[in-house]
Design a protein around this ligand. Structure first.
Ligand code: S3P
Length: 169
């Protein structure tokens, strides 16, 4: 049985920040699917999107989850915001361990992502509208994929960590 803790949620929901802090608090290693893909491909996510397109990146995400399944256990796994959208990925996530959805309101996400230039899906004009539409599409899927839902909107990092630790005892 795999005993990883997996963080899912929209871009800007705090998966990387919370993941790093959780890793320190729990003494478990942290891995991040975006970073693993970038390391393996030797280029940034935005370059992979530009050169190969989104479909290629989505395939790399699935391959990354398969590799994690045959790898370490008891890890904190932070994921890319679009990763749970593939049904196969949701099934792989369930096999990997407990799935925690870090939920945040659209207003909060917009605040956290303001000025960001690293997310190809939100690049260009209509940033706020694109974010709103994508978040609405994804929310039910995140809920479906999750074992635990944590609303992060009005909480600070310590409050979120505390809630995760309580939910995971
Ligand atoms: C994406 C989210 C990004 C990254 C890629 C696509 C998405 O990760 O995987 O830009 O589809 O939501 P973060 O959620 O860590 O920003």
């Amino acid at each position: 049985m795999n005993n990883n803790l997996i963080l899912i949620g929209f871009m800007g929901s705090g998966k990387t920040t919370i993941g790093k802090q959780l890793s320190r608090e729990m003494g478990r290693p942290i891995v991040d699917t975006d970073s693993l893909i970038e390391e393996k491909q030797g280029r940034a996510i935005s370059e992979i999107f530009a050169a190969e397109g989104e479909a290629c990146f989505r395939q790399l995400e699935t391959e990354c989850l398969r590799e994690l399944l045959s790898g370490g256990n008891n890890q904190i796994i932070a994921t890319g915001g679009g990763l749970p959208m593939r049904e196969e990925n949701r099934s792989l996530l369930k096999q990997l361990g407990r799935v925690i959805y870090l939920k945040a309101s659209v207003t909060e996400v917009l605040k956290r992502l303001a000025g960001d230039t690293t997310r190809p899906l939100l690049a260009g004009s209509d940033f706020a509208e694109k974010t709103k539409v994508l978040l609405e599409q994804r929310e039910p899927v995140y809920e479906e994929a999750a074992d635990i839902v944590i609303d992060t909107t009005t909480k600070d990092v310590n409050g979120i960590i505390e809630e995760i630790m309580e939910a995971c005892v």
